[in-house]
Design a protein around this ligand. Structure first.
Ligand SMILES: Nc1ncnc2c1ncn2[C@@H]1O[C@H](COP(=O)(O)OP(=O)(O)OP(=O)(O)O)[C@@H](O)[C@H]1O
Ligand SMILES: [Mg+2]
Length: 275
């Protein structure tokens, strides 16, 4: 008698095997950079907004594409309440705020509307944002990714030319597991990893005492183990959080703040790998 074991059928494996796709670059930008983390709530959106503004400060033309369809953060973090205009009913003009061209699903739906969408609708929204938005003469588009390795990541990986990814993480063990998954995903998808960022790295009191709340040097160690660049540490900082909630990210509000300086250093490092 045949022994049956649980497993995936050959047909299933065939259907889900990686296929080759033609990847289209986003028109209107020289480079596209994804800000990613497999785990949620580690500060991707905060990083994306401040990093984009830091690139602007060092002289580049920048756009932000909010790819988080289920939980868009851009409208709140950049204080945008307008709807994008369309001249021809097909394409959309991004909304410029603080000198950054922005697009988000949050511009198109009411802020309290839950996006109860299946995968194909998410894919279609991402395609609209990458193909139908009139991005104008940019050096970089910064893509604020949703957490995880789902439909959005797959759409970007298969159909859109992404020139690099930055992985943001907090330093505790449980988040690092996800960083490794994230690194492996980008390796598989052949997207170069520009570097890893250690966010909420530590907390420093006014007296200069440091607390490593989530552990120490975890992200840097993973970067070393996987031979990836380590872009630096961003401490837990109340000004960064307050600025994000107020709709004017810290780098824009106070470019000389010590945290803003960290963002500008990281922006310079990344710029140098492209331009
Ligand atoms: N270094 C930091 N210091 C203090 N607060 C921070 C820091 N980084 C992020 N935050 C705060 O933590 C919260 C979560 O950050 P954010 O929304 O950027 O995370 P995310 O990874 O984009 O989340 P999601 O996975 O839901 O998209 C926000 O309130 C943000 O202001
Ligand atoms: Mg986010």
């Amino acid at each position: 008698m045949d022994k049956k074991t649980a497993g995936l059928s050959d047909a299933f494996k065939r259907n889900t095997a990686p296929k080759s796709f033609t990847k289209n670059p986003i028109k209107g930008t020289k480079f596209t950079i994804a800000i990613s983390s497999a785990k949620g709530g580690v500060g991707k959106s905060t990083f994306a907004m401040n990093f984009a503004l830091a690139l602007k400060i060092i002289g580049l033309k920048v756009g932000i594409l909010d790819a988080d369809i289920y939980g868009p953060s851009l409208p709140k973090m950049m204080a945008i309440n307008e709807k994008p205009k369309s001249e021809d009913g097909k394409s959309m003009t991004p909304i410029t705020q603080y000198g950054i061209q922005c697009i988000s699903i949050g511009f198109l739906v009411d802020k309290d509307t839950p996006m109860i969408w299946r995968g194909p609708m998410v894919t279609s929204a991402i395609k609209t944002f990458t193909q139908k938005v009139l991005w104008n003469n940019l050096d970089f588009i910064i893509v604020d990714m949703p957490p995880g390795t789902g439909d959005t990541q797959l759409t970007f990986a298969q159909e859109i030319k992404v020139d690099g990814a930055i992985i943001v993480s907090t330093p505790q063990e449980i988040a690092l597991l996800d960083v490794k998954r994230g690194i492996n995903m980008f390796n598989k998808l052949k997207v170069p990893i520009l570097g890893l960022v250690d966010n909420m790295s530590f907390f420093e009191t006014d007296e200069g005492k440091k607390y490593n709340i989530f552990g120490e040097d975890g992200v840097e160690k993973v970067a070393k183990d996987y031979k990836k660049k380590f872009l630096g540490k961003i401490p837990i900082n109340i000004d960064l959080r307050v600025a994000a909630d107020s709709g004017k990210p810290l780098v824009e509000k106070n470019p000389d703040h010590k945290i803003s300086k960290i963002f500008k250093e990281m922006a310079t490092k990344v710029k140098e790998s492209f331009l």
